[in-house]
Design a binder for this molecule. Structure first.
Ligand code: SF4
Length: 172
């Protein structure tokens, strides 16, 4: 199975999280911005210019956030290392891809955790089936992740997680 890296690696990403999502007034970000708009704290090198001071400046949301590895995968695998600064026409395509891929990577993290539980065989098999469905073979564009087989598996993860409660409690 082609399980991707599920840990973020900002050094291989084009700071997609710093532009893809809107910051709403009620959220833990020190400013309000629209989606697909670069955060004004983002430097030309794709690094956060206030990184050491995120907490004191009210950006706890940035500290808590993780793309679960989706950002570098979009940048390196789906866009061959190109960035929206090299080609501004890529901006919306890259941020769209991040918004599609991030929940898939988060679901894979959940399934990875589920696989560590002592589950009966049918639940183990279901866990593997869902994981496999979320990892399409040789994806070349974000469309491969929008196939029904992937999206149906993604939609099935919450119900699967509910069935795990007794096994998770037993481990405590
Ligand atoms: S404050 Fe820094 S980490 Fe947060 S979105 Fe802006 S540039 Fe990115």
């Amino acid at each position: 199975m082609n399980l991707p890296d599920l840990k973020e690696d900002c050094s291989r990403c084009a700071a997609l999280c710093c532009l893809a999502y809107p910051f709403e007034p009620h959220e833990d970000f020190g400013l309000v911005k629209a989606r697909d708009t670069p955060c004004p704290n983002l430097g030309p090198d794709f690094r956060c210019s206030i990184h050491p001071d995120l907490a004191s400046k009210g950006f706890g949301g940035c500290i808590a956030y993780s793309c679960a590895g989706a950002g570098q995968r979009v940048t390196q695998e789906l866009f061959d290392g190109e960035t929206w600064r090299d080609d501004p026409d890529l901006l919306h395509h890259m941020t769209y891809a991040l918004r599609v891929l991030r929940p898939i990577h988060e679901a894979l993290l959940v399934l990875q955790e589920a696989a560590t539980l002592s589950l009966p065989a049918d639940l183990q098999n279901h866990c593997q089936e869902l994981t496999r469905a979320l990892c399409p073979e040789d994806p070349s564009s974000i469309w491969d992740f929008e196939e029904d087989s992937v999206q149906d598996a993604l939609a099935a993860v919450p119900d699967f997680v509910e069935t795990l409660a007794p096994f998770a409690q037993r481990r405590r």
